[in-house]
Write a protein of this length. Structure first.
Length: 243
């Protein structure tokens, strides 16, 4: 979807998120490359290790426990606390309480089960695995690369993002509007990089768990996938048309 015939190379750069929400999936779909920013500081009470899924009433927050460390720990170095039975709890929530009767649960149940049967030590590895699972489900083929695999690049914020763009051969950074407060276009231009603002518009679709109730936005993208199945990507892109 990202290539438009103009020669522009777009890259999206974002911290790894556990069962990421639709805004991140949309950003990846708009891009030619996606760089997982796993070399920055782990955010306590952030989204690297947790996200919301549909519940029969209020949304359910699934949180992966992490080991205690230093507050400056990088995401790539953050370990999961496997003394907790979080995998069983999360899978049970998805399979029994949230999506058992979802229209397309059976289509993805086996792959989801394999995810929670696997052993995970690091938060970043798990988060990336959930992202790959969703990208496969949506049919998005944007290549994924970890910042920790690119090399030790100096700088923070705009300088770091500019260097990552240059290293990946991108001339355009696809960014959410929330980054307007800290992105410096001049710094990015110094690396030959422009900014394309995402302008994400959340699609509204039928959520089986809500019946005729009000739509609940900002859940994990798993919610759209299990409710719309092969039409999920079309639903996501159609919302973009009306931005």
């Amino acid at each position: 979807m990202a290539s438009d015939g103009t020669g522009t190379v777009r890259v999206a750069i974002h911290q790894p998120h556990y069962l990421p929400w639709l805004g991140l999936i949309d950003k990846i779909d708009r891009s030619d490359h996606f760089v997982v920013l796993d070399t920055v500081q782990f955010e306590r009470r952030g989204w690297q290790n947790r996200n919301y899924v549909a519940g029969r009433g209020d949304p359910i927050l699934l949180t992966v426990p992490v080991t205690q460390g230093h507050r400056t720990d990088r995401i790539v170095d953050k370990y999961i606390d496997n003394t907790h039975k979080w995998k069983r709890k999360h899978y049970k929530a998805l399979a029994e309480h949230c999506y058992r009767n979802a229209p397309y649960w059976d289509d993805y149940a086996e792959e989801i089960a394999r995810l929670y049967e696997s052993e995970w030590k690091r938060v970043a590895d798990l988060a990336i695995a959930t992202t790959r699972l969703l990208l496969r489900g949506f049919g998005i083929t944007t290549p994924l690369l970890r910042a920790s695999e690119i090399g030790d690049l100096p700088g923070t914020k705009s300088e770091l993002l500019g260097r990552i763009c240059a290293r990946t051969g991108a001339d355009t950074l696809v960014s959410g509007s929330g980054a307007k407060d800290y992105l410096d276009p001049e710094v990015l231009r110094g690396h030959g990089v422009g900014i394309e603002w995402q302008g994400f518009r959340h699609p509204v679709y039928r959520q089986h768990s809500r019946g005729d109730g009000d739509f609940v936005p900002r859940l994990s993208a798993l919610d759209l996938l299990l409710n719309a199945g092969p039409d999920a990507l079309h639903v996501l892109r159609q919302a973009r048309v009306h931005t």
